[in-house]
Design a protein around this ligand. Structure first.
Ligand code: DAH
Length: 360
């Protein structure tokens, strides 16, 4: 019996001393495993006299269950301690800044940003977006827009022509987005309210001209569209785009073959500081051309000028982007310099909306 007591004391001490679950398992195998100390003792019961067995049987069973219980209790303690330990080493500092996602590393080009801003503004005014091909025919780029054959205005466009086809026709890179006016009028019945953002091409290159550049054309056709409507649309657009409450505009007479009357628009600005400010100051800056659609253009597009009338305008997107975001050299737009885009580009998830802010 003293044997059994001594064994119990020894095993319980080992259980208490087990520092982790692996050590505890070793103690369990050493006591209760096939060749464990308790199991070995159990095996001796068969060789005992009946009286001896009556004493030793319950004593060994008592020992076995005491050890089993002690192991289970110790296991619980060790499990909890292991969890505590993990929690201590795996803490998360929720005050650390969020790691930037790969999408955050990219930047939206200012041209894409400004096109998104412009389309947000005109969509809000009820305009649809239209598009047309970059490679045009002479008819859509010039003739249908009332440029007579041999008219000097054709030369002013510094057109890139393709080689002549066999029948003698020459395709060209469109010099403006105006041909899409014609394509739209041919395919849609008035009322028409569209804006046309797109690439345009002219053989010209310096700090403010690039052979490929971008324009935004606008066209409104219905039975009553007039110059007052035109002025209102452009004024609302300029205020929204430049994000100012007030903006004076100046309309000067001009000439475009496809409009009559034709106007050029200057906006009020302040050029006294290093940066141009809009909506204040005593300076003017030209930003777009516009006018009432010429009756010949309506006629050539299949509309009766005695029934329909409308207005149109064309803005240089690159130019207003440069003005709004203070970018001095247009050529940098197309240099694909990662440092430039990192500086002037826009965060990809900041999509311009009128309610969320265009450029914030
Ligand atoms: N297409 C003209 C250009 O590229 C710009 C323009 C002026 C467009 C007046 C228009 C307009 O629609 O009415 O110089």
């Amino acid at each position: 019996m003293t044997d059994v007591n001594a064994l119990e004391t020894e095993i319980l001490a080992a259980i208490d001393a087990a520092a982790d679950e692996a050590a505890l398992e070793a103690v369990r195998v050493g006591a209760l495993g096939k060749k464990g100390t308790i199991s070995e003792k159990m095996k001796t019961l068969g060789g005992m006299s009946a009286e001896e067995r009556q004493v030793m049987g319950p004593a060994l069973n008592g020992l076995k269950s005491a050890v089993t219980d002690a192991i289970a209790a110790r296991r619980q303690v060790l499990k909890r301690a292991a969890i505590e330990e993990r929690l201590k080493t795996e803490t998360v500092d929720v005050t650390l800044p969020v790691r930037a996602s790969p999408a955050e590393a990219g930047r939206i080009h200012p041209i894409s940003q400004v096109v998104d801003e412009i389309t947000a503004i005109f969509s809000d005014m009820g305009f649809a977006i239209a598009e047309g091909p970059d490679i045009e025919t002479d008819y859509y780029n010039f003739t249908a827009l009332n440029f007579p054959e041999g008219h000097p205005a054709r030369e002013m466009h510094d057109t890139f022509f393709f080689n002549e086809k066999e029948e003698g026709e020459r395709m060209l890179l469109r010099t403006h987005t105006s041909p899409v006016q014609i394509r739209t009028m041919e395919n849609q019945k008035p009322p028409i309210r569209i804006v046309i953002p797109g690439k345009t091409y002219r053989c010209d290159s310096d700090a403010t001209h690039s052979p490929m550049f971008h324009q935004l054309e606008g066209l409104v056709i219905d039975k009553s569209a007039n110059v007052a409507n035109l002025k209102w649309v452009l004024e609302e657009f300029c205020k929204s785009f430049f994000e100012v409450d007030q903006l004076k505009m100046r309309f000067r007479p001009s000439f475009f073959p496809f409009t009559e009357p034709s106007l050029e628009v200057d906006i009020q600005c302040d050029r006294s500081g290093t940066e141009v400010k809009f909506g204040e100051g005593g300076d003017w800056m030209e930003i777009l051309g516009c006018g009432m659609v010429h009756p010949n253009v309506l006629r050539l597009s299949g509309l009766d000028p005695d029934v329909y009338q409308g207005f149109a305008w064309g803005i240089g997107i690159d130019r207003i982007a440069m003005l709004k975001y203070g970018m001095p050299d247009l050529r940098a737009f197309f240099d694909a310099d990662a440092r430039w885009i990192a500086h002037y580009g826009f965060r990809p998830l900041d999509i311009p909306t009128l309610f969320g802010g265009l450029s914030s």
